[in-house]
Design a protein. Structure first.
Length: 218
């Protein structure tokens, strides 16, 4: 998911052949991982530290109920300063003392009948949300530039299209007189459809083919 700066806090065993074997193509992340004696040391240079845990009412920290909200915030801050996502142990997560070193908490919504995710699942979900938020930023390189003909039409182009459509409807006898209600309904229909410039051009070509030659053009 593009996260490469892994810090392990007082690991029981590291380096570890089993961890490397399970890295599944991310061995470089394991090889470059840093070890810190304490969580405080690990996050000392971070401007935002988000602990992944169930909401603790006894900890008055800002809390993200939705991971995507957290992701947008940390990605924005990470442009200029280090940020951290903190995960606890597989068996019992983060202690209250460790959460006390965090500036925020985040929870992952889950089925209330079984709302527990294992560590790897929690890491994957939050890492994905961060990656998703990052790739949506302008300049990330992941947002493809739409060709001009695939872009939304301008207000002027839509105005000319609806004028053309109205003219053809009247010339064909579909409307025997200007009918504002029908035209507004059609405008709303095309607003919902959100045609591209290319599609709008195709529709105007169709209207031109149907339009009587003496009806005049816009």
């Amino acid at each position: 998911m593009g996260l490469t700066d892994l810090v392990l806090v007082n690991p029981r065993c590291f380096p570890d052949d089993e961890a490397t074997r399970l890295a599944a193509g991310a061995e470089d992340v394991i090889d470059a991982a840093r070890v810190a004696e304490t969580l405080s040391d690990a996050v000392g240079d971070c401007v935002q530290v988000v602990g992944a845990s169930a909401r603790l009412r006894s900890m008055p920290l800002p809390h993200y109920d939705e991971p995507d909200e957290m992701a947008r915030d940390v990605v924005e801050k990470a442009i200029t300063d280090p940020v951290a996502l903190v995960f606890g142990r597989e068996r019992f997560g983060l202690t209250n003392d460790e959460i006390g070193h965090c500036s925020h908490q985040v929870s992952i919504p889950a089925n209330p009948d079984y709302g527990i995710l294992n560590l790897s699942q929690a890491v994957q979900v939050l890492a994905y949300e961060v990656f998703r938020a990052w790739r949506r930023r302008p300049g990330s390189g992941f947002i493809p530039q739409r060709p001009a003909h695939d872009r939304p039409p301008t207000h002027e182009q839509l105005h000319h299209f609806h004028s053309h459509l109205s003219r053809v409807m009247q010339a064909s006898g579909f409307l025997t007189q200007p009918h504002a209600h029908t035209e507004k309904q059609l405008q709303a229909l095309f607003a919902r459809a959100q045609p591209s410039r290319k599609e709008l051009s195709l529709l105007r070509g169709l209207l031109s083919a149907l339009e009587p030659k003496d009806a005049g053009e816009n």
